[in-house]
Design a protein around this ligand. Sequence first.
Ligand SMILES: Cc1cc2nc3c(=O)[nH]c(=O)nc-3n(C[C@H](O)[C@H](O)[C@H](O)COP(=O)(O)OP(=O)(O)OC[C@H]3O[C@@H](n4cnc5c(N)ncnc54)[C@H](O)[C@@H]3O)c2cc1C
Length: 539
Amino acid sequence: MEDFVVVGSGCTGAMAAATLIEGGGGARVLMLDAGERDDRYAGILPSGDFVSVRTTDREQYRYFLGEDFEGVPWGKVGTGAQLTPPRRHLVRKVPELLPLESDSFFPLESLAYGGLGAGWGLGCCAYSDAELRAAGLPPEAMRAAYQWVADRIGISGERDDAAQYTIAHLERVLPPIEMDANAAHLHASYLRRRRRVHAAGFRMGRTALALLTRAVGERGAYAYRDMDFYDDRGQSAYRPWMTVDELRKRENFLYRNNVLVTRFEEMPDAVRVHGIDTAAGEAVSHVCRRLVLAPGVLGSARIVVRSFDRKPELPILCNPYCYLACIQPALLGAPARGRRVGFSQLSLFHDPTGSNFDVAMASIYSYRSLMLFRIVREAPIALSDAYPIMRYLAPALTLVGIHHPDARGGRRSLRLEPCAASPTADVLRADFSLSEDAERKLRDRERRFTRVMRSLGAYRIRRVDPGHGSSIHYAGTLPFDSGDSGDKPFTLRPGGRLSGSARVYVADGSGFRYLPAKGVTLSLMANARLTALSALRDA
Ligand SMILES: Cc1cc2nc3c(=O)[nH]c(=O)nc-3n(C[C@H](O)[C@H](O)[C@H](O)COP(=O)(O)OP(=O)(O)OC[C@H]3O[C@@H](n4cnc5c(N)ncnc54)[C@H](O)[C@@H]3O)c2cc1C
């Protein structure tokens, strides 16, 4: 019997497992994971940067367009438009094994080794104390956990106007990456108009990233190739599988992939975890003293609901999201010299009350690599004409992805219903809408973002709304309940233990009662550490 079973190898599973292994006095940990990998493109991506690959590699169509043309977006822009062919394994088998039906909510889930973190954009933000309290998270313990995570994954950033929303709590960060010409132009414009931008309730600064700007151990410093959404060469970008690869060198850690965990059964002194071996199609089970679930908040909802007779409606939190495509006319036709960066380099925060609560956040991108095929295809002209026009436009294009805080009101619910056609005999139905008041507030904020970008010399040419779920920031399916009136079913106790259970913990974002607009993943990882520490204390 294992001391702990951890379900999932994503950002939260990796941090929970590392905490259990390093603080557990030799405790035996088994990680059960679906564990899909890229077995198609990993070996064929060249080492050059985007421009050299475009001009020299005759095989480039294989990874840019995809061997099955999966990199060509045929339909409307929706959730996961960022996933390039080498990242499509993130969502492999999800429609069959994690069926979800909805006409209003389109989330991205992953069954990959490393989960969604195998392709995340690395943006790191620490929540303010007010946000932590609203989410049901303990501020002091979270601050210590933020630093533990930052030391482990490596975060680069700047102590500038945006730091209060990103890295202010962290004592140790690496220097930021160098900005490319597009970001530097916008940033210079901000510094010139800083006072007016502040008066409008906005602050701009460098995006804090889980990206090394200096070599650490076997991971190299960032190499400015603008291939960030295609490969992990040099491992400067943090991916959770790096932590799991490290743990797999330990004798007391065991990793098993091709397992879809379906439910658990709690016994007086142990937990039996049930699942399906997805390669053999057979039922499997493992017994452990304590179970730590980290399959993502929709995954935890499925596993917990299946483990009880009652099938309740559960809540879900998600940040509303849209993109603004902008042009900086001063950069039109600028020579394509210079390095480009795929990750967000600047962030713009809207905090009109200055309270660091109810803040909206925009991540600003200028990558060439990802925009290439999508924007050329969307231009209302023949492809042969679109290419020369794109060469002129590309240096000036700036993408602004706006995340809004989750708003109360409207309808946000999940329900697990029987479905004979699914391998787990069920399907998750989701319903998501905002109240009219929340919709109005969102539009008003987006107009303010548009105005402030215009004042900085970046003109909006298009707004794209990929639909609810496209922020890829989810939480709150089993919310923390701090009430003293006993164990409320389908909630978590502070520390992450499932209410009514003695041995089951949920280490992903299921417990969060509020979802700030700031990138959720640093907080997910810090909370996963706190959950694992509380499981160790109870053991
Ligand atoms: C393109 C992209 C860009 C992003 N950019 C950012 C960003 O800049 N900043 C930010 O904060 N966030 C970002 N995110 C979101 C971030 O990736 C997620 O918040 C985070 O990875 C969630 O981690 P998790 O561990 O909770 O879940 P997941 O990543 O979903 O991991 C779930 C794990 O559990 C396993 N699993 C699931 N179900 C089962 C099951 N039943 N049985 C066994 N195993 C199972 C999966 O294989 C996987 O290993 C981005 C996401 C994407 C896709």
